[in-house]
Write a protein that binds this ligand. Structure first.
Ligand code: ZN
Length: 175
């Protein structure tokens, strides 16, 4: 663990780097509240999974790993020896309510819980559908921001924060 990392769980480190303020003011408190809201059995499944494949969390300037038509707010990566969770930094910083951020964190942790209990599937559509219903059963609200409203705000944030370009999803996850 680097000095700049913050431990969210025993095997889950938040990489803070230049986005330390967003990490401390927004992400870490949202994560703590999210974790408390996850049922115990699923917390155990997540912790056991991360024990085998420790997790890193990155706040990203841009979610540029895949070529989806819409930029995702969060994403999870399942590697052989580690796990990575990425979140769109301008959303974490500016989402109107902390519940919106919690919904995204809860969603990615739900994928991880499903890996842990063995119900995760390569069928992306099915995985998303079942993850959404699991997250709802935990009481989270999933934000579906209107891209027409969000796109200009996110682009404006990126213009103001050009110096954080190196914190793109691809560059951080591959590091
Ligand atoms: Zn998902």
């Amino acid at each position: 663990m680097k000095q700049a990392d913050k431990q969210l769980l025993t095997n889950l480190a938040l990489h803070q780097d230049a986005l330390k303020q967003v990490a401390e003011d927004r992400f870490a408190p949202a994560f703590a509240r999210t974790w408390k809201q996850i049922p115990f059995d699923f917390q155990v499944a997540i912790k056991n999974y991360l024990k085998k494949k420790p997790g890193k969390v990155f706040l990203c300037y841009k979610m540029d790993y895949g070529d989806l038509p819409l930029e995702p707010l969060g994403r999870a990566f399942w590697f052989e020896d580690f796990t990575a969770f990425t979140f769109l930094a301008p959303f974490v910083q500016h989402a109107a309510t902390i519940e919106g951020v919690m919904g995204v964190i809860g969603h990615e942790l739900a994928h991880c819980a499903r890996r842990g209990v063995g119900s995760w599937t390569v069928d992306t559509e099915k995985e998303e559908r079942e993850t959404r219903s699991l997250v709802e059963s935990w009481g989270f609200i999933e934000p579906y921001p209107d891209p027409r409203v969000w796109a200009p705000e996110i682009e404006a944030w990126r213009k103001r924060n050009m110096k954080l370009r190196h914190l793109s999803e691809t560059l951080q996850v591959k590091r």
